[in-house]
Design a binder for this molecule. Structure first.
Ligand code: TYD
Length: 235
C-alpha cells in the first residue's frame, strides 16, 4: 500500500540529539514496534486485535496494548481523560497533553520496552502521533512543543511502522452510539475532528517511510488484509 505523498523521502531524524539543559535523548526506531493511528471510529481496536491474532497464527510472539492505558496507572489516567466533562470546566489542552504523555511514559517503561527487549512484536493502538493530531492539529498546541514532551515520555522510542486507518469524521463518528462516546467524541465539534484527520494525513506525508495509509471506510475484512500485508512487509 503506497503511503500518501510516497515520492517524498522520510524526514531525517537524528539518531542522537542533545537538548537544551544537556539531556540527551537517544532516538531509537524499533522495527518490531507497530502503531495503529486514526480518527474516531476508524476501527483501530478491532484491527489491532485481528493483527495480533494473525501474527500469533503465523508463529510470531506479539503483544497488543493501547493508549491511553495498558498499565494500571495508564488505565486510571484513561478514565480521567475520557470521562465526559458534563458540568465541569473540562480539561485544558496542555493538561491533556501531559496526562496522555504520563500514561505513555508508564506504558513505554513498564510494557513496551521490556517486550521489545524480549524480542516480541508490540502492536499499540494509538501512540505519540495521537497527541500531535489531537492536542496539536486539533486543539492548536505547537507541534514542536508536543514533540519535545513526547521525547521525554518515550525516551526517544519510535515505531518502525505506523498504520493510519483513515476515515472521515462524518463516517467515523456515526459509527459510535451517543451513549458510548468519550469526551473527545462527545464534546469536540466536527471541525476539530476534521483538523485531527487532516493532521494525521499531514504527519503521514511528512514521514512516508514510517507511515502506511489505509482507507478504513471499507469492509473491515479488506482493511484487515491490508493491515496484515503492511506489517508482514516489514517483518
Ligand atoms: P480510543 O481508545 O480510540 O477511544 P475509544 O476506545 O473510545 O474508541 O482513544 C481515546 C481518545 O483519546 C480518543 O478520542 C483520542 C484521544 N487521545 C488524545 O486526544 N490524545 C492522545 O495522545 C491519545 C493517545 C488519545
Amino acid at each position: 500500500m503506497p503511503p500518501v505523498g510516497g515520492s517524498r523521502p522520510p524526514a531525517s531524524e537524528p539518531a542522537h540529539s542533545r537538548r537544551p539543559g544537556g539531556h540527551a535523548y537517544t532516538s531509537s526506531v524499533n522495527g518490531r514496534f507497530i502503531t495503529l493511528e486514526g480518527p474516531e471510529g476508524a476501527g483501530k481496536t478491532l484491527q489491532a486485535e485481528r493483527l495480533v491474532g494473525a501474527l500469533h497464527a503465523r508463529g510470531h510472539r506479539a503483544r497488543l496494548t493501547r493508549e491511553p492505558g495498558g498499565t494500571d496507572l495508564g488505565e486510571q489516567i484513561r478514565s480521567i481523560v475520557l470521562a465526559r466533562a458534563e458540568g465541569s470546566g473540562g480539561i485544558d489542552a496542555r493538561a491533556d497533553a501531559l496526562l496522555f504523555n504520563a500514561a505513555r511514559a508508564q506504558l513505554v517503561s513498564e510494557v513496551i520496552k521490556p517486550a521489545l527487549a524480549a524480542g516480541e512484536i508490540v502492536v499499540c493502538a494509538r501512540f505519540a502521533d495521537s497527541t500531535l493530531a489531537y492536542q496539536g492539529y486539533g486543539a492548536g498546541l505547537p507541534i514542536d512543543e508536543l514533540r519535545a514532551v513526547a521525547a521525554v515520555a518515550t525516551g526517544g522510542l519510535a515505531p518502525g511502522l505506523t498504520i493510519l486507518l483513515d476515515v472521515s469524521p462524518e463516517v467515523g463518528l456515526a459509527r459510535k452510539a451517543d451513549d458510548t462516546r468519550n469526551r473527545f467524541e462527545a464534546s469536540f465539534d466536527l471541525d476539530f475532528h476534521r483538523r485531527v484527520r487532516d493532521g494525521f494525513l499531514e504527519l503521514a506525508r511528512g514521514e512516508p517511510g514510517r507511515w502506511r495509509v489505509i482507507e478504513a471506510e471499507r469492509d473491515p475484512d479488506a482493511v484487515s488484509r491490508d493491515v496484515l500485508e503492511a506489517v508482514l512487509a516489514i517483518l
